[in-house]
Structures are given as C-alpha cells and as structure tokens.
Design a protein. Structure first.
Length: 467
C-alpha cells in the first residue's frame, strides 16, 4: 500500500475536522473540500470577514473566541477529529493548546493539502508573486476544457464565487504552491510553474540564499515523469529529478511566449508561441499587461495537461480574475477605484504601471497598507521606489498580521524615501473622513491586510461627491 493510500485510509477514519485559523484563504479551500466529502467542519478565526460569513453559510461552524469550551461536541473525540492549523496561529492559542494536550492529531494546513493532492496530477504554481492569478487561470482553463480539476487556490474566483473547484473524476489538481513556511515542500507536482523568486518572507528564511534553496528543493519534488515551467532570467537553479522536462516562459521570450500583442481601447489580444504550435487570437478578460505573462504560464501548464487551444482561448476571454487581483470597484462618471492584493515592491510596481497603461494622462492616487513589520523593514527601499511611481500616495499604518511591532519600523520609514509629489500618512478613519477633500481620478488600493474593508464606504463617498 502506497503512502498516499495509507493517508487516504486514515482520513476516512475522521468524521470531523477543526481548523484553527478557519478564515485564512488557504484553509477555506480545504474546508470546502471536506464539506463536499460529507465531513463535519468547524474552526476558529480571530475576526469575522466576508470569507468566514461565506463559509458559515456553506456549513462551517466558526467561533471567534479561542475558549476551548466553544469547540462543538462533534469535534471533541480525538479518534474521529483531525485538527488543522496554520503557522500564523500562535502556539499560545488556547484551543490549539487544548487539542495538543488531549491526544488529537494536529497537522499543518500544508501537510494536509499535500496528502489530499498527492494521488493526483498536480499543476502547482509557485512564486513570490503571480501564483494566485496563474493558478486561478489554470483552474478556469481546466473547467472550460471539460477535464476539470480539484483546485485549491489563494483567491476567490469571481467566475465561481469560491477558491475551491471540485471535479471528483478528474485526475488533475490545480494548487497554489505557497512558499511561506516552506509549505510547498509537502507537494508532489506533475507540472510545477515558478513565476518569480524575488526575496520575500525573510523573517522565515533569514536570507535570500535560503529562500532560493527552498524553491530549488520544490523543483526536486516534481515527479520523474513531470514538467518544470520556469520564468526566464530567475536566480533559481532547478534541482529536478532525471526524467523531468524543463521549459521556460516569459512575455517576450522562452519556449512559451507571446507575440503580436495588440492593445486597443481597453482590450489586449496576442498569440502564444509554444514548442508545438502558435495559438492565435487570445483575448484577455482582465486586460492588464501583467496578465499577458500570467496567461502564458497558466496556458503552458494546461497545454501539457491536454487542454485544447480553443478551450484556452475561450477560458482566457471569459476569465474574470480572483477577488483582490486588479479588481474594479468603481468605474463611474470618470472616477475609477481599483483594488489589488499587491504587497511586494515588484507587485506594486507592476500594478501601478498597469493602471497608468490603462489610464494614460490621469492622476493615479495610491492607498497602500504595508503588510508585516519585518517585510516593511526588509524591503523598505523597494517599497519607496515602487510607490514613487504614483502621482499621489496615501500611506496607512502597517498591518501586523501575525507579528508584534518592531522598534523603529513604521510606515514613516517608507514615506521618508518616497519621491512622488504628494504623499501623506493617514489612519483608516482619518482617510475616510477626509475623502471629501480628496479629488480622486483613478484610485488604486494596495496591500494584503484589511484595506479592502474600506472600499464599500470609500466608493459610496466618492459616488456622493459626483451628485
């Protein structure tokens, strides 16, 4: 019996699963998967959100206090309940402590994802940035192709209203392969895509060399009959097993690349060159420049998985994108509000550049919420350089997520180095109260924290100004 079969047999013994950190996007995909398997699913999260409310409506019991007394009765038997947690949850969490001291099997989310997908042909998308959009594109292509997949994604697809797509008879999984805490080392890719290896998560890795080594180890996990698709020009030195086929890609060069790119009145079309053919007349449903390259990566993986040229074209044209990835919130009376999850300097640069490409000559106002004290400290110069591309910067305080404050690290250290003509620091409350004084033309909100929660009130206020 294989290790995967052993794991699968053991999984059948569990009637319920409890997720500590149930509101995390990666956790949500697994919760939805196990709900579909007929399991009882419960969990804890720190605060309610749109995602936790959606999960509750689908059948997940979620508490927002870590008191063990709130754990539902069906999750109190160690022989029938599996406990899942993320590294973002502190070990001081009372519920987690209860489970670890009462004989429960407690596993990281990444390990469970590896078990769930190990028996499939995994299309795994890794990289400092681009992995959510490329994996989402691939999942949509596989759905449109009719082959389907079991997709575990880091963003909610607007086409489906979920970050988990299920096709029980499909041999394929589509997986966003997260490098945080070396989570992607639990995967066994059939096709691995590496989009980028710019330094990040240095609080975990310590230095860039360790970060690159983590990606190299990821490539060593590709099945011997598998494929690696890697962006041209990366510092990464792959370490694949014998039998693995390696291809390169980018926007303009590599085994897979775009040609005859045409941008016209808010649309983007191009042809894709592959090692076997040229796919002509691809039209992007989310027409921003960075999505040319994202689409190349996604289509390359799906072409290897057998998707037809026609299915890829149809999927790219109908693709609406994941939430918080270049998502339009307002396009009315000359006012535009766009939200993007960008939280790394290279992502911010790409996002601002894409907006300027779409709206040449318009004033670009950027609202940025830095994510993590350690990332702000480590990448301060890069943030300042990228944010200086805006015409106006409105900087929010750092969103701490899992971290405690670091002395001397605030949003001010970014602001001091930004060179755009207008720049200020606001609290969220002060920004909302000051909207009537700000004459936005094109406003771009950026960050991986809770800046998105401001958008409904912001858009309402901007609409009122138009009347």
């Amino acid at each position: 019996m294989s290790l995967w079969e052993t794991h699968q047999r053991k999984m059948k013994e569990f009637n319920s699963l409890y997720f500590v950190g149930a509101g995390g996007i990666g956790m949500a995909a697994l919760e939805r998967y196990f709900l579909a398997q007929g399991k009882k699913v419960a969990g804890y999260d720190r605060t309610p959100s749109d995602l936790t409310r959606a999960l509750e409506s689908e059948g997940v019991h979620i508490d927002f206090d870590d008191d063990p007394a709130l754990i539902p009765p069906y999750c109190l038997d160690p022989s029938t309940t599996l406990v899942v947690y993320t590294p973002a949850v502190p070990q001081s969490h009372r519920g987690l402590q209860y489970f670890t001291t009462h004989g429960f099997e407690v596993v990281k989310r990444a390990k469970l994802l590896g078990i769930v997908t190990q028996g499939s042909k995994g299309l795994c998308f890794a990289g400092t940035h681009g992995k959510t959009t490329t994996s989402s594109m691939a999942a949509h292509i596989m759905q449109v192709s009719g082959t389907g997949s079991n997709a575990f994604l880091g963003g909610v697809l607007r086409n489906y209203g979920s970050n988990c797509l299920l096709s029980p008879t499909s041999p394929y999984s589509v997986i966003e392969a997260d490098e945080f805490d070396r989570s992607f080392h639990h995967l066994t890719p059939y096709v691995a895509v590496v989009t980028s290896t710019d330094a990040d998560h240095l609080d975990i890795y310590g230095n860039y060399e360790n970060y690159l080594e983590s990606f190299a180890h990821f490539t060593s996990l590709i099945r011997p009959d598998g494929y690696l698709i890697v962006h041209t020009g990366l510092d990464l030195v792959p370490r694949t097993q014998p039998g693995v086929t390696t291809y390169t890609y980018s926007r303009d060069e590599g085994d897979f690349h775009a040609t005859r790119i045409v941008k016209d009145n808010g649309t983007i079309t191009f042809d894709m060159v592959t090692p076997w053919e040229t796919v002509e007349g691809i039209s992007l449903g989310v027409p921003v420049d960075i999505n040319i390259e994202n689409a190349i990566a996604a289509m390359a993986a799906c072409r290897i998985a057998g998707a037809s040229a026609e299915a890829m074209k149809q999927a790219m044209e109908s693709f609406m994108g994941p939430k918080r990835r270049f998502e339009f919130w307002l396009k009315e009376d000359g006012k535009v509000v766009i939200d993007d999850y960008a939280h790394h300097p290279d992502e911010i640069k790409a996002s601002i550049t894409s907006v300027r490409d779409l709206y040449p000559g318009r004033k670009i106002s950027v609202i940025f919420q830095p994510h993590l004290y350690s990332r702000t400290r480590d990448l301060c110069d890069g943030f300042a350089q990228a944010l200086s591309l805006a015409d106006e910067l409105l900087l929010l305080p750092i969103y701490p997520a899992r971290e405690l404050p670091i002395e001397g690290v605030t949003s001010q250290i970014i602001l001091d180095k930004v060179t755009c003509p207008v720049k200020s620091i606001y609290t969220k409350e002060n920004l909302i109260n000051s909207l009537h004084l700000l004459n936005f033309e094109v406003c771009l909100t950026l960050g991986a924290g809770d800046v998105v929660n401001m958008l409904p009130q912001m858009c309402q206020e901007i609409k009122l100004q138009q009347r």
